[in-house]
Design a protein around this ligand. Structure first.
Ligand SMILES: NC(=O)c1ccc[n+]([C@@H]2O[C@H](COP(=O)([O-])OP(=O)(O)OC[C@H]3O[C@@H](n4cnc5c(N)ncnc54)[C@H](O)[C@@H]3O)[C@@H](O)[C@H]2O)c1
Length: 233
């Protein structure tokens, strides 16, 4: 069973028994968990498309991301995307609709600050580009790193950050500096062009409400995992 409050702005779903999709909706209001699921559906749907599979039903899609078919149907109906009984959902249509909601298909300019062990690994990850995230520059304060290029991305002196933000106007930033530097860096990013920050530093960034921040904390994800493993079956 799912939490009915999890997905706001949803319409009553008749599941896959209804008719074909009923037109692209305006951007629905979605909860964070729902946005997270859409991102997972998107990844799986792209895999299906690469394997030349043109349709999928809620049961199969749910299985791929480990949620119930009812949750899949609710999520997708909130996008105005309704499958057909016996046929399921058209994979390309779903990719287009989810992509439009998540901002994929749009090219995002991203900068990365802090090219240590984590930043280095993130720069080498090829999966961002596929979803429209282009890391245009990275910044560090360590003279040994400045001037290097990793996976085609130049590492610049963080002293140049303001200037680069003004010139290139990246919309998003990844912060991978030690916690004590993250607040200052985030303030600079926001003063520049950045309106969304993926923050890996273990500190709370207090930023204006119009700036979106997503904090990533792998240690607490592990804690959550351990908690689930410990739970009685
Ligand atoms: N959220 C997670 O799951 C997760 C996982 C690993 C690390 N982290 C965090 O990510 C950050 C980076 O971790 P790491 O292991 O890569 O550390 P690291 O020490 O290897 O790298 C930090 C880098 O930031 C640079 N730096 C320091 N101050 C700077 C500044 N003012 N401007 C620009 N660059 C600066 C350093 O020169 C270094 O290259 C830390 O805050 C760490 O706690 C989070």
């Amino acid at each position: 069973m799912t939490n009915p409050g999890e997905l706001s702005g949803e319409r009553a779903s008749s599941g896959e028994s209804a008719t074909e999709g009923d037109g692209a909706p305006s951007k629905p209001e979605l909860s964070q968990p729902a946005v997270g699921r859409l991102s997972l559906y998107y990844r799986e749907l792209q895999r299906l498309l690469e394997s030349e599979i043109g349709s999928v039903n809620s049961k199969s899609l749910g299985k791929m991301v480990n949620v119930s078919p009812a949750v899949v149907r609710r999520d997708l109906s909130s996008l105005g995307t309704i499958g057909r009984r016996g046929v399921g959902y058209d994979v390309q249509t779903l990719i287009d609709r989810i992509g439009a909601v998540l901002g994929s298909g749009v090219q995002w300019k991203v900068v990365l600050i802090g090219v240590g062990s984590l930043g280095d690994a993130l720069l080498r990850y090829r999966g961002f580009e596929r979803l429209g995230f282009q890391v245009t520059a990275a910044f560090d304060s360590d003279p040994k790193r400045i001037g290097e290029t990793i996976a085609g991305v130049p590492i610049l002196d963080v002293a140049e950050l303001d200037q680069v933000l003004q010139q290139h106007r990246p919309e998003l930033a990844i912060v991978a500096v030690p916690a004590e530097h993250a607040v200052g860096i985030a303030a600079k990013l926001v003063q520049g062009s950045v309106s969304g920050i993926l923050n890996f530093a273990p500190t709370t960034l207090k930023l204006p409400p119009q700036v979106a921040v997503v904090n990533v904390d792998l240690a607490s994800e592990l804690q959550r995992l351990a908690f689930r493993v410990q739970m009685p079956k």
